[in-house]
Design a protein around this ligand. Structure first.
Ligand SMILES: *Cc1c(COP(=O)(O)O)cnc(C)c1O
Length: 479
């Protein structure tokens, strides 16, 4: 028979069989991971060992063991002792929605290649815009990650604010953006990609509590202007990645309005608090933003990678990559909202909107309220336990589900404490019962936790602290 291999590759019967088997295996994994016991969160391997394992597997591995081995060799985000990075344990139904996209594979660049996901994307972004407090002139789209969304928003900002048509004609003019020194590194990267250079990234110092010191805005703006830099945008963190502390969006919005510059909110992690009745005050003032980024794969229970980028004035959402200088004259009713690639950085992109829609349709928006509120509550609860224990020191009182803390001991100096906490985190990683991360803030080494699993309990968190103490004791006696 001709194309025998390809016949087998596309066999619907094989797909059915493998699909059933895989779902069974993943459901087993989910059950074990969620129970948190005795399964480890991570079976740590050195990068070179991992490389050798997969090299060997390609040659000699048992194909039926491929998926199980991948599960075994990854970090289990559904385990309640996974308290590390900001990636969520996806709602299983959202993962299944991802599978539909992975098989149907509509590329979404043009409407004809993704009718349902294109229309759904508009409905989803309208829904988020309304939640932000935007009116009917707003518009948004979904894109591949907060990093790309932040870059796209800043490109829109430049197009909207700077008089010269930099997109089409280039520029030798000095341009700049203002952002808190605590912002995610992708803002820095976006500014560099846009050719602003180091001097075009005006870093506003943070207050003691790691939020942007808004009392310095005027002074820094004038300093930049004095140097001939035209500031066209200011970015507020909602919240910053390392500490989870929100900037004062209301104050930043008022400043942006006064100077007539673009106000962008990087809410990749915590923009989702617009859904929380209890915590939406953290983003008070977000309705003033010209653009907002919210990651679906962080605080909205979706698999990687899907990000909403929302614009208060929908005209900007399709003007960013416009080749025409007179784009603002194009009336919004004439824009073909359904041809996504005109707006997004991507040409082909995944059918990511169906994950959002599936959760919204199945569980209603209350599920996002419950998820965000549960996790933020846990963050505050954890902080209280840490605060009440003299052996620990909190970097800052949390505003979200991110808490940074360290083990302290009066007999050690700061450099010894840094070393000790770094050591503790390494041992936690290698042991694998928990997964947490670390960060350095103003020269101090902290253990960093993000509570992403709504089934993490205060018992798990207390157990983590006990573990840190035990490791501190054993590390101190061996060094
Ligand atoms: C995670 C994060 C980003 C980057 O988003 P990705 O989706 O990982 O590209 C940007 N800003 C903040 C504040 C974040 O927390």
């Amino acid at each position: 028979m001709k194309h025998k291999l390809l016949q087998s590759v596309y066999s619907s019967e094989k797909f059915r069989k493998h699909g059933h088997e895989l779902i069974d295996k993943l459901a087993d994994h989910l059950e074990t991971a969620l129970s948190g016991n005795p399964e480890r969160v991570i079976r740590w391997n050195l990068p070179d060992d991992e490389y050798v394992f997969w090299k060997g597997f390609l040659e000699n591995g048992d194909t039926t063991q491929l998926f199980p081995e991948i599960v075994k060799h990854t970090t289990h985000v559904h385990n309640p002792k996974y308290i590390g990075h900001q990636v969520c344990p996806p709602a299983p139904l959202a993962s299944l929605a991802g599978l539909i996209g992975a098989l149907l594979n509509n590329g979404m660049a043009v409407y004809e290649m993704g009718m349902a996901p294109s229309a759904i994307e508009r409905i989803i972004t309208e829904f988020i815009c309304a939640k932000l407090g935007y009116d009917r002139n707003s518009r948004g789209y979904l894109t591949s990650g907060g990093t790309l969304a932040n870059l796209t928003a800043l490109l829109s900002a430049r197009k909207a604010i700077v008089e010269n048509d930099v997109w089409n004609e280039g520029s030798s003019q000095d341009l700049g953006i203002m952002v808190c020194e605590e912002a995610h590194y992708c803002i820095d990267r976006a500014a560099k990609i846009m050719g602003l250079g180091e001097k075009g990234i005006i870093k506003i110092p943070a207050e003691k509590g790691f939020n942007m010191n808004v009392s310095l805005l005027e002074e820094y703006y004038q300093q930049a202007a004095h140097k001939g830099i035209e500031v066209f945008a200011i970015v507020g963190g909602a919240p910053s990645t390392a500490t989870g502390i929100y900037d004062n969006l209301g104050a930043i919005g008022a400043f942006a309005k006064k100077q007539n510059i673009w106000f962008h909110v990087d809410g990749a992690h915590g923009g989702a608090s617009i859904f929380s009745a209890k915590y939406k005050h953290t983003v008070s003032g977000i309705d003033q933003a010209d653009s907002v980024v919210i990651d679906g794969h962080k605080m909205m229970m979706m698999p990687t990678i899907t990000t909403a980028l929302l614009f208060k004035d929908g005209n900007h959402s399709h003007a960013t990559f416009s080749q025409k200088a007179d784009y603002l004259l194009v009336h919004s009713e004439e824009e073909d909202w359904y041809n996504m690639a005109k707006r997004t950085f991507e040409c082909t992109k995944t059918m990511m909107s169906i994950q959002w829609y599936t959760l919204l349709k199945t569980y209603g928006e209350g599920v996002f309220n419950e998820y965000v509120t549960t996790l933020f509550d846990l963050g505050h609860e954890f902080a209280k336990v840490i605060q009440n224990d003299p052996q620990f020191e909190l970097a800052v009182k949390p505003m979200s589900n991110i808490a940074c803390f360290r083990f302290v001991d009066d007999s050690l100096n700061n450099s010894e404490l840094n070393h000790l906490n770094e050591n503790i985190r390494q041992q936690i990683l290698e042991e694998g019962e928990f997964y947490i991360v670390q960060t350095k803030l103003r020269g101090v080494h902290y253990l960093r936790t993000t509570i992403m699993n709504p089934f993490t309990t205060s018992a798990h968190l207390r157990r983590l602290l006990e573990k840190v103490k035990d490791l501190a004791k054993s590390t101190k006696t061996t060094t």
